[in-house]
Write a protein that binds this ligand. Structure first.
Ligand code: A2P
Length: 286
C-alpha cells in the first residue's frame, strides 16, 4: 500500500481503501461533521461509523459538506444488537441510510454476534440477521456485507447457513492485543480483518517499546501502530477529532517497518483490550 486510496480487494471483488477514518466515540453534531470534513480534506476516502455511535446524521452531513462525490467515498455503518432478525435488520439498514442521507452503503456490518451465553438460539439469531444482510446485498443497497467482533466460532456457525460469505470482520487490533487466532482464521477464509482502535483507544501511545521504535523511524507512535496494522494485512480505522492528528495519521506511506520491528511489535506482551469481549457483548446499548 502506497497511498490512502490504495485498496484491499474484498472476496466479492469490491475494493476498499486501505485506511478508514474511525468515528467511535466522536460526538454527534459539529464535532463529527467537522472531523469527517477534515478527514476528506486530508485524503481519506473511507469512513466508518455505526448506528450505536449516534453520529450517523453528522457523518452524513460531513460527507455532504466535504465536497467529495458520494461514489468516491467508501462508507461503512453497522447494525446494532437491538435490531437482530430478518425484518428488523432490513428496517435498521433503511434507517441508517436515511440518517446518512445516502441511498447505498459500501459496507454493512453486524456489529456484534449473538452469543451462546446470552441467547441459547444464538446461531439462528445470527443466521436470521444475516439473511436480512443477504437480502439487502442482493437488492443492491449494500456493496459488501460483513461482521464485527465475531470470533472464529461465530463465523464458523454463520457459514453453516450463509449463502453469501462475510467479506470483512472488524475486530479490536493493536500492538498488545492482536487476536492472532482470529486474524489467522479470517485470512485462511479470505475475510479481510479491519482494526478498530488501532491505537488501543489511544492507550498505546505512551508505550515505551513503541516510542523507541517510533523515534528510530522519525515517526509518531500512532503512525507506527497504523503501519503495523497495514503491514500485518489488516485495515486500520484510526479515529481522531483533531485535524492535525487526522492529517498526521495518514503519513504512513514513506517508511516500512523492518521485519525485526514487526516481530518485536507482534511479540509485545498483552496490553489488554479497549472494548468488550464478544462473549460479554453489550445487551442493547453501550
Ligand atoms: P482525539 O480524538 O482527541 O484526537 P483509536 O483509533 O485506537 O480508538 O484511538 C483513538 C484515540 O487516540 C482518541 O482518543 C484520539 O483522540 C487519540 N488519537 C488519535 N490519533 C492520535 C494521534 N495522532 N496522536 C495522539 N492521539 C491520537
Amino acid at each position: 500500500m502506497n497511498k490512502l486510496t490504495d485498496a484491499y480487494t474484498l472476496n466479492n471483488g469490491v475494493e476498499i481503501p486501505c485506511i478508514g477514518f474511525g468515528t467511535w466515540q466522536t460526538p454527534s453534531g459539529e464535532t463529527a461533521k467537522n472531523s469527517v470534513i477534515a478527514a476528506l480534506k486530508h485524503g481519506y476516502r473511507h469512513i466508518d461509523t455505526a448506528a450505536i455511535y449516534g453520529n450517523e446524521e453528522s457523518v452524513g452531513d460531513g460527507m455532504k459538506a466535504g465536497g467529495i462525490s458520494r461514489e468516491e467515498i467508501f462508507l461503512t455503518t453497522k447494525h446494532w444488537v437491538s435490531e437482530r432478525g430478518y425484518e428488523k435488520t432490513i428496517a435498521a439498514a433503511e434507517a441508517s441510510l436515511k440518517r446518512l442521507k445516502t441511498d447505498y452503503l459500501d459496507l454493512y456490518l453486524i456489529h456484534w454476534p449473538a452469543v451462546e451465553k446470552a441467547d441459547k438460539n444464538w446461531k439462528e439469531t445470527n443466521a436470521s440477521t444475516w439473511r436480512g444482510f443477504e437480502k439487502l446485498y442482493r437488492d443492491g443497497k449494500i456493496r459488501a456485507i460483513g461482521v464485527s467482533n465475531f470470533l472464529p466460532e461465530h463465523l464458523a456457525a454463520l457459514s453453516e447457513t450463509a449463502e453469501i460469505r462475510p467479506t470483512v470482520n472488524q475486530i479490536e487490533f493493536h500492538p498488545g492485543y492482536c487476536q492472532w487466532d482470529c486474524v489467522n482464521w479470517c485470512r485462511e477464509h479470505d475475510i479481510l480483518v479491519e482494526a478498530w482502535s488501532p491505537l488501543g483507544c489511544g492507550r498505546m501511545l505512551g508505550d515505551k517499546t513503541l516510542k523507541n521504535i517510533a523515534e528510530k523511524y522519525g515517526k509518531t507512535v500512532a503512525q507506527i501502530c497504523i503501519k503495523f496494522a497495514l503491514q500485518s494485512g489488516v485495515l486500520p480505522l484510526p479515529k481522531s477529532t483533531h485535524e492535525d492528528r487526522i492529517a498526521s495519521n495518514t503519513k504512513v506511506f514513506d517508511f516500512m517497518l523492518s521485519d525485526e520491528d514487526m516481530s518485536v511489535i507482534t511479540a509485545m506482551p498483552p496490553s489488554g483490550m479497549s472494548g468488550f469481549y464478544p462473549e460479554e457483548a453489550p445487551a442493547d446499548s453501550l
